[in-house]
Ligand binder design. Sequence first.
Ligand SMILES: Cc1ncc(COP(=O)(O)O)c(C=O)c1O
Length: 392
Amino acid sequence: MTAGDAREVPSDPVYFDYNATTPLDAGVREAMLPFLGANWGNPSSVHSIGRTARAALDEARYRLAGHWRCRPSEVVFTGGGTESNNLAIFGIARLLRSKGRHLICSSVEHPAVLHAFRFLERHEGFEVTYLPVDTSGRVSVDSVEAALRPETVLVSVMAANNEVGTLQPVAEIGRLCRQRGVLFHTDAVQAFGKIPFQDIHQFEADLVSVCAHKFHGPKGAGALFVKSPLQPLPTQVGGGHENERRAGTENLAAIVGLAVAFERCVVTPAFDASALLPLTERLAAAAAAIPGVTLRHAPEGRLANTIAFSVEGTDGIALMATLDLEGICASSGSACSAGSLEPSHVLSAMGVPAAAANALVRFSLGRDSTEAEVDRVAAVLPGLIQRLRNSR
Ligand SMILES: Cc1ncc(COP(=O)(O)O)c(C=O)c1O
């Protein structure tokens, strides 16, 4: 805080922004500590200190592959969700460009997906079909089928939307793509830890993006499942790390943190839907009772921890600032667009008019969220919105 910033940080903030990030799990932190201390070697070094690091890297990969029920060689460690998405999309599109230059993604993808497709379209001669969604933000399998062409090489549809929580029919889309001989990628970053996990094949995808800090792991750690024998072209070149798929000395502490967080917070989901659904329903009912508030999350088939609503006569930035002053941490959509006055592209794709798409509140709850916090937010929300409207 600077001298000119008179704002106090509330002593007991309510954190309802778990889709943006989650606190590091204590057990994960514990597991990471040796790799920020005694075990500091470079896994590529051939000497004993390097070999100790290599053993830990291999173990993290084997453990993750065990839970995913895939081969260890099908796990690529990355620097997070954005990088996993970029590697999948750029890596596959460029690999298969001589086969075809048509790509498909949904119009509600995270910018880490959407902007990769736009880049390929603007700079590398690809054509992209952006699939429409219905009013709850869902892609239809029929629309994927209708968009497929002989020259389509990749389809990408997210498993769960970060802004409104809508679950997509990814397994059905994946099966369709396989029948048609087209590769399928899913950005499952928001799904892990929030929906039941069987194994990585439940998404029926050739490539699946994972991001540790969304399930109580460290930031800057991600992974990409790449079905064998696919070999996406690297987006980062240098050494032969990750089997020539991602150059750069591995961030071992973060990788170990990712693997342990997966075990602790995804295998048994840290976001307990049966506990979170009543909380978000209660919060949604309180919001919906305020005049001019419209619920925007999917009525069904959504992440249990996520609700979203638009507030007539306000805008997202003012809403976030006022909530923050009350000690309530929320989001107005994708964290990447915070500070910008662009309407939410997700709400726009759902057919919501620009003024409402620009006044979105997303509450995403997590394992430490309580009924008392929900009641506190529900109690202040009507007055807060009224004050905001009066000040305009
Ligand atoms: C659906 C989705 N994909 C990808 C990302 C990118 O993750 P990161 O910013 O950690 O790279 C996010 C983060 O909000 C996300 O919600």
